[in-house]
Design a protein around this ligand. Structure first.
Ligand code: TRP
Length: 449
């Protein structure tokens, strides 16, 4: 059925939408950021806290985005304008600028994962892993892989919601689940991995008294679930009203958590069986792109194969997330300026590729962009969404949550709305207070150093 002019594209299947949303959520945030935060935040204590945050913050916020998107049937700018008025529409541009910035550095990191996947079988990883990462992370090579990755993302988004995003998600997501589980099973065979499981799975309760751990758990759940940047608004704008939103949000959130948790079951035993824990606490990127390749290399042939799968999973996760980031911005350009999809997607991808030249030449710039766009702007975004869904357009949002919903979830809707109105904004403001301090400090350090 050809789309008539003016008709909005739609997802073809329920699984297609759920896997596309899960594809947005599952990404570099799960595979690495999660393990790193867990090791900093008391292992299983962090994991439990994270589950709690996902339930009381993540799922309600995802539902806020889903219902704004489906009720508005527009990309974030148009959806907010329709539900909350022209002022909110202008604020909605945050949900185009933010994802554009995230996409620009996310694609640089994704480029590294593609390069590592290729190197793991083509050449193996060099002995001096840290020097190698230094050469790979910035400069011409980094730019080339960044641009190549952006081109792949663009190819999917140009093909449209059903023919591109849905089709890619239906193939890539099952492949990703399969490989991550396979890697976790393989990791159980490592001698000396027990120490890793212990650190990961034994709760260190004292970590819970540290407010920084709570903030980290909340911020991690926003980033990992792709909240606060309008990605879920955009995907839901391509949904029919017969779709059960609360059930989908629950499935997507727990899938995201599941992949993060299982990734930890790969990363921890590998790192500990090779005695590399020092490298983990040194830096996030360091452990992923320095310690793990070193570990794989020391395992000989098996390490090459495992390394290949590991970095392929990272690249696939990054691709489905980048697709959602490119789609949010593209979709606002299509809706607001009436530009055809292909032209809009090319324009946005080229802009993001050019912006990415900065993080592709400076790791400091990359870190700063992550703090500003990937953490601070994203927390602001979640607050705006909670205000619109819980206060400004509460009636519309409540109707939307009930439409197409099964009796069990219909009974939960009043509770979900209460969470969106009171619990979520209060917790976000607390997170924001901590994040602002850190962001200001990061900007100062960047300018001063
Ligand atoms: N959730 C992705 C990850 O875990 C990153 C991501 C994709 C994202 N789309 C987003 C983050 C939108 C915030 C907003 O890697």
């Amino acid at each position: 059925m050809a789309a008539t002019s003016g008709a909005r594209e739609v997802f073809g299947t329920r699984a297609g939408f759920i896997l596309a949303a899960a594809g947005s959520a599952v990404g570099l945030g799960n595979m690495w950021r999660f393990s790193y935060q867990a090791s900093e935040g008391g292992g299983a204590a962090f994991v439990l806290l994270y589950i709690g945050m996902t339930i009381i913050l993540g799922i309600p916020l995802m539902l806020a985005e889903f219902s704004i998107g489906r009720a508005g049937r527009r990309a974030p700018v148009g959806a907010l304008r329709k539900l909350a008025g022209p002022g909110w529409g202008r604020v909605g541009w945050l949900f185009a600028v933010g994802p554009l910035l995230i996409l620009s550095y996310y694609s640089v990191i994704a480029g590294w994962t593609v390069r590592y996947a290729i190197e793991s079988i083509a050449t193996g990883f060099p002995e001096e892993a840290a020097e190698h990462f230094g050469r790979v992370a910035t400069g011409q090579g980094a730019i080339a892989y960044h641009v190549g990755f952006m081109a792949a993302t663009l190819a999917v988004v140009m093909a449209g919601v059903k023919g591109g995003i849905e089709r890619a998600s239906l193939i890539l997501m099952p492949a990703l689940f399969f490989i991550v589980v396979g890697l976790a099973i393989w990791a159980t065979t490592l001698s000396g991995g027990a120490a890793g499981y212990r650190v990961y799975l034994q709760p260190e309760i004292s970590a819970l008294s540290d407010p920084a751990v709570w903030r980290a758990a909340a911020a991690q759940s926003f980033f990992s679930l792709s909240l606060g940047m309008g990605a879920m608004i955009t995907f839901a704008s391509y949904l029919e009203r017969t779709h059960d939103l609360p059930e989908s949000a629950t499935i997507v959130s727990f899938t995201d958590f599941g992949v993060a948790f299982v990734s930890g079951l790969v990363v921890f035993p590998v790192i500990y069986s090779l005695g590399l824990q020092g490298a983990v606490s040194e830096s996030t990127v360091g452990a992923l792109f320095i310690a793990l390749p070193g570990a794989f290399e020391s395992m000989g042939l098996v390490g090459h194969v495992v390394g290949l799968f590991f970095f392929v999973v990272l690249a696939v996760g990054a691709l489905t997330s980048a697709i959602s980031l490119l789609e949010v911005v593209t979709s606002s350009v299509i809706d607001e300026f009436g530009v055809p999809r292909k032209a809009a997607a090319v324009g946005v991808a080229v802009t993001a590729a050019v912006l990415g030249l900065l993080p592709a030449t400076s790791l400091d710039a990359l870190g700063l962009m992550d703090k500003i766009a990937g953490e601070f702007a994203l927390v602001i975004g979640t607050l705006l969404i909670a205000i619109v869904a819980g206060w400004v357009a509460r009636g519309t949002v409540t109707d939307e949550l009930l439409a197409g919903t099964s009796p069990f979830w219909r009974r939960q809707v009043p509770r979900i709305v209460l969470a969106i109105r009171y619990v979520v904004p209060v917790l976000i403001v607390i997170v924001l207070v901590f994040s602002s301090g850190e962001t200001v400090k990061a900007v100062r350090d960047f300018l001063g150093g």
